[in-house]
Design a protein around this ligand. Structure first.
Ligand SMILES: [Zn+2]
Length: 475
C-alpha cells in the first residue's frame, strides 16, 4: 500500500485522518477488485457445485492451451525453455509432464523475462510476494485477472465459510498501519468503505488483548481473516487474560502454517470454525477447507501437481512438492511452477460437503515463525525483505528475547545500506529491539531442507551449532 515517505506522512496524521485516507484508498481499489468482470464471474460461479466435472476439465484444458501458447509465443523465458519441447502436444492436463518444471530461482533472477511481449506494463497490477522463504518477487497481474480471482475467492473461499465481502470483518494482516514502537491504542484502523477493521499484527499481547476484542464488538465484526499465527496469538493472549470468548461466524486463515494448537485456540476463543485457506501472491494455486475439514483445490485458478524429487507424480498420501500452472494470468504465465510448499493428495478423496474437487492434506513448508520482544509480545510476518531487490535472501535469527541477528545473503548490486533499510523496516513494526546485521554467503536450511523467515534458537536446539558457527565467523 503506502510506503516510505508516504508512510511517514501517514503516521504523522491523526487516527481519524488515517481512517479517512484508508476509506478513500478502498474506494479507489473498489474498481480494481470488484468491477464489472468481478460481478460477471461471481454470478457465473454461483452454481459451481452442480457443474459436471467434464465441463470444468474442458474449461481447464482450454485455458491451459491458451496459457502455453502465449508462453511459447511471446514470453522470452519460455521461448528459450520450450525450445526443445513439443509444447504443441500439450492438449490437456495429462500432457503437462512434457513441459519442464519452473524453479522459483529462475523466476526471481529475471521477473521481466516472464512478461508477455506486447503487454502494457502500466496496465498490470504489481504485487510483491511476502517472501515467506526470506526472498521476494514481483508478480504482475492483468486487471481482468484480479477481478476473476476475487470473484472465485468470494464464492469458493469466503462463501464456503458462510461469510461474504459485504459482512463487517476484521483483518489481521501485515500492513504497518501503526508504528511498532507506538505502544498506545488504538491498535487498528477502521476502513468504513469496506466495513473492514484492520488490526495491527504487531501489538498483540496479554495487556492489549481486551482492547482488540472490544474493537471487534464496537465495529460489529462478524468474521475475521488474516495470518493464522497472529490470530492465534490474540486468541491465546485473550484466553490467558481471562477475557470471555467472543463469537464470530468464521475465521479464515492463510499465509502461514496452521498448527493444531493454533486452530484449537482460535476455535475456542472465537467460538466458530477456523478455516484454512491456501494461496500465494503468484495466484497459481488456491485451496480452501470445507466445513468437514478437508482442503479442496479450487480448480479454476490453476492446475496443481504434487511431485516427487525426481519429478514423477506422487501417489495418494505421499508428501511431495506442489507444482502449479496458473490458468488466469496470460501476462505473466507461470507453467509448472515450483511454489516451495509441500503437500499430499488425501487418501480419501470423497467429501460429504458435496464439493467434487480434489482434496490435499499435510500442507507443510510455511511455518512462519515470530520474534519475542522484551515485553513478551510475539511479532510474526516480518516481511520487510520484499523491499530490497538486491538482497538474495534473509532470515531473522533470535537468540534471546529482545535480541536477534538479521542474516543477509547479498544479491547483485547489494550495498550494506540496503540491509540497513530492511532492518529499519522491521524495527518500525517491532519497536524496541536489538537487531544486528550479519552478512552470510548462504541462509541455513532446517534439517527438513526448508528455509524459514524467522528462527528462534530456543525452539530449534538442533540448529544451535550451525548458527553459533555463523555468528562467530561473520561478526
Ligand atoms: Zn469437503
Amino acid at each position: 500500500m503506502i510506503y516510505d515517505w508516504k508512510m511517514e506522512l501517514y503516521w504523522c496524521l491523526p487516527v481519524r485522518m488515517q481512517e479517512t485516507l484508508l476509506s478513500i484508498y478502498a474506494r479507489h481499489l473498489e474498481n480494481v477488485y470488484y468491477g464489472p468482470v468481478y460481478k460477471k464471474w461471481k454470478s457465473l460461479l454461483n452454481d459451481w457445485k452442480s457443474w459436471p466435472p467434464s465441463f470444468v476439465d474442458e474449461w481447464r484444458s482450454e485455458r491451459l492451451r491458451c496459457v502455453i501458447k502465449k508462453a511459447a509465443g511471446s514470453v522470452p523465458y519460455y521461448r528459450k525453455s520450450f525450445m526443445d519441447v513439443r509444447w504443441t502436444d500439450v492438449r490437456s492436463i495429462k500432457d503437462l509432464h512434457l513441459l519442464p518444471v519452473l524453479e522459483k530461482q529462475s523466476l526471481r533472477r529475471n521477473e521481466r523475462e516472464f512478461l508477455a511481449e506486447g503487454t502494457n506494463i502500466k496496465s498490470l497490477r504489481v504485487e510483491p510476494t511476502s517472501g515467506t522463504t526470506g526472498t521476494s518477487l514481483k508478480i504482475y497481474l492483468p486487471g481482468q485477472m484480479v477481478q476473476q480471482f476475487w470473484a472465485i475467492a468470494e464464492v469458493m473461499v469466503r462463501n464456503v465459510a458462510g461469510v461474504s465481502q459485504e459482512m463487517p470483518r476484521a483483518m489481521m494482516g501485515g500492513r504497518p498501519i501503526k508504528r511498532g514502537d507506538n505502544a498506545n491504542p488504538p491498535y487498528w484502523r477502521f476502513n468504513r468503505h469496506w466495513k473492514q477493521l484492520y488490526f495491527s499484527s504487531y501489538h498483540i499481547s496479554k495487556r492489549t488483548a481486551a482492547e482488540y476484542v472490544n474493537a471487534l464488538r464496537t465495529y460489529g465484526c462478524e468474521w475475521m481473516t488474516g495470518f493464522g499465527s497472529a490470530i492465534a496469538a490474540l486468541a491465546d493472549d485473550a484466553l490467558e487474560a481471562g477475557i470471555p470468548p467472543y463469537r464470530l461466524k468464521a475465521v479464515i486463515v492463510s499465509g502461514d502454517t496452521l498448527t493444531h494448537g493454533m486452530r484449537e485456540s482460535i476455535e475456542k476463543f472465537f467460538m466458530c470454525k477456523c478455516f484454512n485457506n491456501y494461496g500465494q501472491t503468484e495466484k497459481v494455486a488456491l485451496a480452501m477447507e470445507c466445513v468437514h475439514g478437508n482442503m479442496h483445490v479450487v480448480p479454476l485458478v490453476g492446475i496443481v501437481e504434487i511431485l516427487r524429487e525426481d519429478g514423477t507424480a506422487c501417489e495418494r498420501g505421499e508428501v511431495g512438492e506442489i507444482v502449479a500452472t496458473g490458468l488466469l494470468n496470460e501476462a505473466m504465465p507461470l507453467v509448472r511452477y515450483r511454489i516451495g510448499d509441500h503437500a499430499a493428495w488425501a487418501e480419501e478423496q470423497s467429501c460429504r460437503c458435496g464439493n467434487p474437487n480434489p482434496i490435499i492434506t499435510g500442507l507443510e513448508g510455511r511455518v512462519d515463525d515470530y520474534v519475542i520482544t522484551v515485553d513478551g509480545r510475539k511479532i510474526g510476518r516480518l516481511a520487510a525483505f520484499r523491499r530490497s531487490p538486491t538482497i538474495h535472501s534473509a532470515q531473522v535469527l533470535q537468540d534471546s528475547p529482545g535480541h536477534a541477528y538479521l542474516l543477509v545473503r547479498p544479491g547483485k548490486d547489494y550495498r550494506p545500506v540496503h540491509a540497513a533499510a530492511v532492518r529499519g523496516d522491521i524495527l518500525e513494526r517491532v519497536g524496541k529491539f536489538a537487531l544486528e546485521i550479519v552478512e552470510v554467503p548462504e541462509i541455513p536450511k532446517t534439517p527438513q531442507g526448508k528455509t524459514v523467515t524467522v528462527v528462534r534458537l530456543a525452539d530449534r536446539p538442533e540448529m544451535k551449532k550451525t548458527y553459533e558457527k555463523i555468528i562467530r565467523k561473520h561478526l
